[in-house]
Design a protein around this ligand. Structure first.
Ligand code: GRF
Length: 201
């Protein structure tokens, strides 16, 4: 499948996907393009290093519709089939999401539906949760609310801080996300309402 990654920052998940592809673990995934919404995103350096085409669509000062229209035009021109949100810190319009219905995947640093939103690790610590983790899910029109593909968990210790928890979860993300992307790209995901059934080999 022709895949585009959308990112806003450091891009460690983007790097993990590339590494997994290089190891031959995700044979149905062809990373064709990176879209970033700010020119400071380190993900750009990763794309350059691996000869992956990238486009910067600045989101600052642009309304959601204009940003999404521009991105959609590019994605269609590139014949992109699957979109991977890897630390993409911007809400997409319903038009965008419905154009790629059930073809957009996101990674979130909590066990959804607990702690959606931009501060999942901090929220888990403040809440006194004993376990957290990460969730790979399809993207719907809500915030971190789409059908869950895979999850993994970590213990939260008394000494954990937002930072240490984020680090522990990130290690899990790098393992889990490429696997979930491969499931989507190999058409192994079947939807029954909001429940995802993984088709056997
Ligand atoms: C990750 O924690 C991911 O769960 C969240 O944004 C962060 C992105 O990190 N959606 P990176 O840019 O992939 O390093």
């Amino acid at each position: 499948m022709r895949v585009a990654v959308m990112a806003s920052g450091r891009g460690s998940n983007f790097q993990a996907i590339i590494d997994s592809a290089d190891r031959g673990e995700i044979p149905h995934v062809a990373i064709e393009h990176l879209i970033v919404n700010n020119n400071k995103a380190y993900a750009i350096d990763i794309a350059k290093k691996h000869n992956i085409n990238y486009t910067i669509i600045e989101s600052k000062g642009k309304n959601r519709k204009d940003f999404d229209d521009e991105a959609l035009k590019l994605l269609k021109a590139q014949k992109i089939e699957i979109i991977v949100l890897a630390g993409f810190m911007r809400i997409l319009t319903p038009v965008f999401i419905n154009t790629y219905k059930n073809k957009i995947i996101n990674i979130h640093p909590s066990l959804l539906p607990s702690f959606p939103g931009a501060h999942a690790q901090r929220d888990a610590i403040l809440h006194g949760a004993k376990i957290s983790g990460c969730t790979a899910h399809l993207v719907d029109e809500g915030i971190d609310s789409g059908p869950i593909i895979m999850q993994d968990c970590v213990n939260i210790n008394e000494t954990d801080t937002e930072k240490s928890l984020a680090r522990k979860i990130l290690t899990l993300e790098h393992e889990l996300f490429p696997k979930a992307i491969e499931l989507l790209c190999s058409n192994k995901i079947e939807l029954n309402g909001r429940n995802i059934i993984i088709k056997p080999d």
